[in-house]
Write a protein that binds this ligand. Structure first.
Ligand SMILES: [Zn+2]
Ligand SMILES: [Zn+2]
Length: 282
């Protein structure tokens, strides 16, 4: 549920490291001010070194020629402060564009007052993975939840989701086709039908709300391995996660693709709803 990092210039491929780190403009400015403090110390150090190596003496064979000392001093007096000024202008530009980005995100609200609750029922569709033992819903961002759950905020424990400027809260698309499109680019996920409750925000294409009830889980038409035959049950495999931890991932497979699985690594369709906590009313 972390917010999207705002990169100064997205040039990770060509190795311009200075410009690829994730920059929150305030943080950038703070670091800049901190580094300015080093400037007088560095200047003093330069002068001492120049003095020790004879840069200021009238000797004919100093370790450092007088011209070199003058040149370095010029750099310190002119070029470095100019660089700082340029970086401050850059920091200001960053701040402005970040502000614009936040305003743009806020204008996506369909309501001018986000606390004016939509009077319609917040029904929607979304994607979830099924992971762990016992099998549990896991959002695309990694948060695990039961079929009837309250949202929590992983970024700020003081939040009671949903919070307007934060990513916390349960999301769902209004239209099935939006969720289906999302599914086509997340082939390991399942499509679920949900109702959202509590405080909710309405966006152009979906909702974000306080609590969520999963009504049903759509079983895919094809085996998730061979993509040829119809699936007959859920099986689980142990996967390596992106963050170096391993987890059990559930998918549906056909008779052939699930033949080698042990009894305890399979779940029948009818029993999966019970594991996930989807009530029998649907
Ligand atoms: Zn939050
Ligand atoms: Zn198969």
């Amino acid at each position: 549920m972390s917010s999207k990092p705002f990169g100064l210039i997205e040039s990770a491929k060509n190795g311009l490291k200075v410009f690829t780190f994730v920059v929150a403009s305030a943080d950038f400015e703070r670091k800049l001010i901190q580094s300015i403090r080093v400037f007088p110390i560095a200047t003093a150090l330069m002068l001492v070194i120049a003095y020790l190596f004879g840069g200021f003496s009238d000797r004919t064979d100093p370790y450092i020629a007088r011209d070199t000392v003058v040149l370095i001093l010029k750099i310190f007096i002119a070029i470095i402060p100019t660089t700082f000024v340029i970086f401050f202008i850059l920091a200001d530009w960053l701040k402005k564009s970040e502000g614009k980005r936040i305003t743009a995100a806020q204008s996506k609200f369909a309501f001018t007052d986000p606390f004016k609750l939509p009077s319609q029922i917040m029904h929607g569709y979304k994607l979830a993975f099924i992971t762990g033992r016992p099998p549990t819903f896991t959002g695309l961002t990694g948060d695990r939840y039961s079929a009837d759950d309250l949202a929590t905020c992983t970024l700020n424990p003081e939040h009671i989701p949903p919070v307007m400027d934060c990513d916390c809260g349960f999301y769902a698309f209004k239209e099935l086709r939006d969720a289906q499109f999302e599914l086509s680019i997340n082939p390991g996920a399942f499509l679920i039908d949900v109702d959202l409750f509590g405080v909710g925000f309405e966006y152009g294409r979906g909702f974000k709300a306080e609590s969520q009830l999963v009504n049903s889980l759509k079983i895919p038409n094809r085996c998730m391995r061979c993509k040829i035959f119809a699936p007959i049950r859920f099986v689980t495999t142990y996967k390596m996660g992106f963050n170096s931890f391993a987890y059990w991932k559930w998918e549906v497979r056909c008779r052939m693709c699930s033949a080698t699985f042990k009894e305890e690594d399979t779940v029948e369709f009818s029993k999966m709803n019970k594991h996930l906590g989807i009530s029998a009313r649907i």
